[in-house]
Design a protein around this ligand. Structure first.
Ligand SMILES: [Cu+2]
Length: 157
């Protein structure tokens, strides 16, 4: 009887270990998406906290610098009377999202893991781990905002 219970325990452990490996393999793929510049991060005591203000048609600050491999917890506060977005992406991704928002303005802001939308007065977090040197942008694509200059730069080095 004792042997049977040990076997059950071993099988249960093997099943757990197996699913952990499977979860690990999905790694930077999130919701089927892959980003060359990094992946969503987990909030932790080691994250660098960066505060960003969304104003009328601009972000403050307009550029930030982070280290490669660093996990950043963006704390974005919408200090304006308009709804805004905070979307992280390279220039190509921003252009694609801008086009999407111009052609389907009624389909408000459904976001992927790399962006959030903020109601007036709202403060929200977005945690991201940057894995590659380069320049990434944070932008708002509410119609008209990006064109008006609502974009900032993240320099990863
Ligand atoms: Cu905006």
């Amino acid at each position: 009887m004792r042997n049977l219970w040990i076997s059950v325990a071993v099988i249960a452990w093997a099943a757990l270990a197996g699913s952990a490996v499977a979860a690990g393999m999905s790694g930077p793929m999130n919701g089927g998406e892959h980003f060359a510049f990094g992946h969503p991060g987990a909030p932790s005591a080691h994250a660098q906290v960066i505060h960003i203000k969304a104003l009328d048609f601009s972000f403050e600050p307009k550029s930030i610098a982070v280290r490669r491999g660093e996990t950043v917890e963006f704390v974005i506060s919408n200090d304006s009377k308009l709804t805004h977005e905070f979307v992280i992406g390279d220039a190509k991704l921003q252009a694609a999202h801008e086009k999407e928002m111009q052609t389907m303005p009624g389909m408000s802001m459904k976001h992927d893991v790399n962006g959030i939308s903020l109601a007036p007065g709202q403060t929200r977090d977005l945690v991201w781990t940057f894995t590659r040197d380069g320049v990434v942008e944070y932008a708002c694509h509410v119609p008209g905002h990006f064109a008006a200059g609502m974009v900032g730069k993240i320099i990863i080095h």
